[in-house]
Design a protein around this ligand. Structure first.
Ligand SMILES: C[S@@+](CC[C@H](N)C(=O)[O-])C[C@H]1O[C@@H](n2cnc3c(N)ncnc32)[C@H](O)[C@@H]1O
Length: 189
């Protein structure tokens, strides 16, 4: 996985990501009651964590300022930094393909619009907030031939189709996942 400050992209290697397990079905893996109860606690914590985040984002305005925590004015320089990173990545030999990219935690499509859509033939987005997904579809309407699917899903529940993406891009979102789910993304996607 190549990374730069908040930008993480990882090239075409994918397999299934574990879904958040259902506590009711998970106890077969425990060695004893205490271990089962610890597993149940972790799963419950993780569900609470994502539910709280969902509530938080549902109160954020679907704007560039909202995406950047009130620092919308840095959007241009943020995108330029990401572009430099992408250019460096494509100096690799062999370079990744430029057919399909996945924008993770895409918000209203700021990264897709200003970075990924100009660069790739097709871009899919995955974003947990329904209103942001809707705004992204509107914001990206001019790119209709290049815009693929906008998946309304949490990354912790999402499994990209194996081999589909040349680049999987995650900007300003990995910090919103639990450590376990971040590890799963890096290892299994
Ligand atoms: C700081 S914003 C960044 C949005 C976009 N990447 C950008 O740079 O403009 C974080 C985004 O991640 C989304 N997000 C947070 N947790 C997520 C999760 N578990 N799965 C998918 N998206 C998530 C939020 O809804 C929000 O749109």
């Amino acid at each position: 996985m190549a990374s730069q400050k908040s930008d993480e992209s990882f090239t075409n290697s994918s397999s299934e990501i574990n879904e958040v397990a259902d506590p009711a079905n998970n106890n077969d893996h425990c060695r004893n009651d205490s271990e089962c109860s610890q597993v149940d606690d972790v799963i419950a914590d993780s569900k609470n964590y994502y539910n709280n985040a969902k509530t938080y984002w549902s109160n954020v305005s679907p704007t560039v300022d909202g995406m950047l925590g009130g620092f919308g004015s840095i959007s241009f320089i943020d995108i330029r930094g990401s572009e430099q990173f992408l250019k460096q990545l494509y100096k690799q030999k062999p370079a990744p393909g430029r057919k399909r990219a996945l924008d993770c935690g895409a918000g209203i499509g700021r990264i897709s619009k200003n970075l990924l859509l100009p660069w790739f033939d097709q871009v899919d987005l995955v974003e947990q907030d329904g209103q942001f997904c809707q705004t992204a579809r509107t914001e990206l309407a001019d790119f209709s031939s290049k815009l693929g699917t906008v998946f309304n899903a949490g990354l912790q529940d999402f499994s990209p189709e194996e081999g589909r993406y040349d680049i999987i891009w995650a900007q300003w979102v990995l910090g919103h996942l639990t450590d376990e789910d971040t590890d799963s993304l890096g290892e299994e996607w």
